[in-house]
Design a protein around this ligand. Structure first.
Ligand code: ZN
Length: 93
């Protein structure tokens, strides 16, 4: 994997991708899938696990397997969709 660079929108300096805090203005940098999307993927997975729990004769293992498979699939899609997402958030002072 090659080193990628991102530009801070607050102070316009170049930062190495993966950095958590801008070294110039202390803005926090976050990457990847935003948490509301994580919840959006998690909820139907839990629902399906609960629903399948009745269908597969109360087999907890099968239900957990189905739920985690769905979540894994949704998460993989979200991770691809938000692969290049970088958000700078500067603390208000
Ligand atoms: Zn900055």
């Amino acid at each position: 994997m090659s080193v990628q660079f991102i530009i801070c929108p607050h102070c316009a300096i170049e930062l190495r991708k993966g950095i958590k805090v801008c070294r110039s203005c202390d803005a926090t940098v976050s990457y990847g899938v935003p948490w509301p999307y994580t919840m959006t993927a998690l909820l139907p997975s839990i629902w399906l696990a609960i629903a399948s729990h009745h269908f597969f004769y109360d087999s907890l293992l099968v239900s957990m397997l189905i739920g985690s498979t769905l979540f894994g699939g949704l998460w993989a899609m979200l991770s691809m969709a938000f692969d290049d997402r970088v958000v700078f958030r500067r603390a208000t002072r």
